[in-house]
Design a protein around this ligand. Structure first.
Ligand code: SF4
Length: 569
């Protein structure tokens, strides 16, 4: 097939905070360099016009960006020293912090907020709005942004050096045939390709496997955050108030916790994080969140309010030991897809922005030297090691490991790390970790009979006021996919679903997916059960790719523009 080839200098895949910051920082470095050379203030040749492109699978910049979020402004301030005056969309500075331990009926306020959860000087933000604003700044700087262009595959030369990315074809029907509006994807050739796809990026997954970038690293572990925005009828929860919770509804063996943030205009931002290394095969992260809202403290807070938005996204929580090699010939990894997240502080926006900026500095030097080899691009790793990212991430390198042994040992380990500067031993050492899906136990280990969710969530009802079923929530994520296209969830062996998985785990995809994409249905003809994939509901959280116990689900990019619309989230 004839494909259009676009020659660029640098292509950023994914318009998230890491890549947009990287693209902008690079454009400025090039401009400053060219200006200084032309004015005779700097030796060397000008770089001339450097073509920088950002491709994004969502329908606009920010459409797929979801986070809590309380942002540490450290990195944004490096990029925009006057970000407030420049109009960065900030919901509110954090004015007060609360930390609650929830029992089934009570909310016990801790007299002290654990230091990692102190947010004074930080800002509550909508990541959707922040990235949209960064996108505008990029366009003002002359960067080409291509929404509705999903990265479908990496392009390599004969020696496995990355030479760019191929975007997805448009206009393929569900049988895989070309429709009247068929358009082949474009080959974007670049000297450097930067992957900033967010957690469990589909190209990152293929690249790290092909180039063995995870060698000697621990498996990444993830959590999933499920979130809603609510309109409150009055000022009962002020903008700028931040509450984190521990305890109910997670059982003591499962990593989990909640957040409640006050945004402008009486909007309440609530969510619940569940570790994707849970053991109980009947666990359902969406149901955990619904239970969280049934707690008397939350139920009272939400009374008379209206749920207006929904979303779900995974978080790369494995930390320092789980980061892949972040450079190879012609390619760099930034942000969450490289594991730059401080899971103890529940913060990844500042680390994403900083990683993008450091990648830009490494690319700038590579452009000056006209050398895009792994050896030259390894400068990025050295810049990371010399920056504040490294002490911040190393200090919490064993944080998540403690929670593999339950809530209380996890808390003890977190406290210990605070004293030892990140050192942990024995049980708490991250280097003894397993991938999250390997932790899932079988139904028989729990004495469950079949997949009846009532065995874990007895009494959970969706009342349409406080609690909602997945389909109602998905409606509030404004998800859209053209239904006449091949499913973008590839299940490599569906024979496993009806028998082996049903018997061993009770088809946990029906539960861990927060968007009701997977459904075991009776097959009319044979009378047997089969897997039905309602792919148009997918909110692109990547949980299925991570948590499937047989690792036979591959999430790939759907046709450009499809997915959630996280406006204001
Ligand atoms: Fe998330 Fe997978 Fe469900 Fe899509 S199908 S919403 S990626 S778990």
């Amino acid at each position: 097939m004839e494909r259009e080839v676009l020659e660029m200098d640098v292509v950023f895949v994914g318009a998230g905070p890491a890549n947009l910051s990287g693209a902008l920082h690079l454009a400025r470095l090039v401009k400053e360099h060219n200006g200084a050379v032309e004015r005779g203030e700097k030796e060397g040749a000008p770089l001339g016009e450097i073509e920088i492109g950002v491709i994004e699978k969502g329908s606009y910049v920010g459409a797929h960006n979801l986070s809590g979020a309380v942002m540490d402004p450290r990195a944004l301030r490096e990029l925009f020293p006057d970000f407030e005056a420049e109009g960065a969309p900030l919901e509110s500075p954090v004015k007060e912090d609360f930390f609650l331990y929830l029992t089934e009926k009570r909310a016990i306020r801790s007299p002290i907020t654990p230091p990692p959860l102190k947010n004074h000087g930080y800002y509550i933000v909508s990541l959707n709005r922040l990235t949209a604003w960064l996108g505008e700044k990029c366009e003002e700087a002359g960067i080409n942004i291509f929404p509705e262009f999903p990265g479908a595959e990496m392009l390599y030369d004969l020696e496995d050096r990355v030479i760019g990315v191929r975007t997805g074809d448009k206009g393929i029907d569900k049988e895989g045939k070309r429709k009247g509006n068929f358009e082949p994807g474009v080959d974007l050739h670049a000297k450097v390709t930067v992957l900033g796809e967010g957690p469990r990026g589909s190209l990152t997954k293929m690249l790290t496997e092909r180039l063995n970038l995870n060698e000697g690293r621990e498996p990444q572990v993830y959590s999933i955050g499920v979130k809603e925005l609510w309109e409150l009828p009055d000022d009962r929860y002020p903008a700028g108030r931040v509450t984190h919770t521990l305890g109910f509804p997670s059982d003591a063996k499962t990593y989990g916790g909640g957040w409640i943030y006050g945004m402008q205009n009486r909007i309440l931002n609530i969510g619940y994080v569940t570790g994707l290394d849970y053991r109980d095969p009947l666990l359902d992260p969406h149901a955990e969140f619904q239970k969280f809202k049934q707690h008397p403290f939350l139920a009272k807070l939400l009374e008379g309010g209206k749920m207006i938005r929904y979303g779900a996204k995974t978080i790369a929580a494995g930390g320092w030991h789980a980061m892949p090699q972040i450079y190879a010939d012609g390619v760099l990894l930034v942000g969450d897809c490289a594991g730059f997240l401080n899971s103890q502080r529940l913060k990844g926006i500042h680390t994403a922005i900083k990683s993008g900026m450091l990648a830009a500095e490494a690319i700038f030097t590579a452009l000056i030297k006209n050398d895009f080899s792994a050896q030259q691009l390894s400068r990025y790793e050295r810049l990371v090691n010399r920056s504040w990212l490294t002490p911040e991430l190393r200090k919490v390198r064993n944080f998540h490991a403690g929670f593999r042994h339950g809530r209380w040992l996890g808390m003890a380990n977190a406290g210990l790390q605070f004293i030892t500067g990140g050192r942990s031993w024995g049980l708490f050492d991250r280097s003894r970790a397993e991938a999250g899906h390997e932790a899932m136990g079988k139904l028989s280990e729990y004495g469950y009979r079949g997949d009846n969710i009532e065995q874990r969530y007895n009494g959970l009802r969706f009342d349409g006021k406080i609690t909602f079923n997945k389909l109602t929530d998905v409606y509030h994520a404004a998800v859209g996919h053209d239904e006449d296209q091949p499913a973008h969830l590839h299940v490599l062996d569906t024979n496993i679903c009806a028998e082996r998985c049903a018997e061993e785990y009770g088809n946990p995809c029906q539960r861990f997916c927060p968007a009701a994409v997977y459904e075991m249905v009776e097959d009319g003809a044979s009378g047997k059960r089969r897997l039905q994939i309602n792919f148009s509901n997918c909110v692109h959280c990547k949980t299925c790719d991570i948590m499937d116990p047989y690792q036979i689900i591959n999430w790939v990019t759907p046709e450009g523009g499809g997915g959630p619309d996280y406006k204001g989230m």
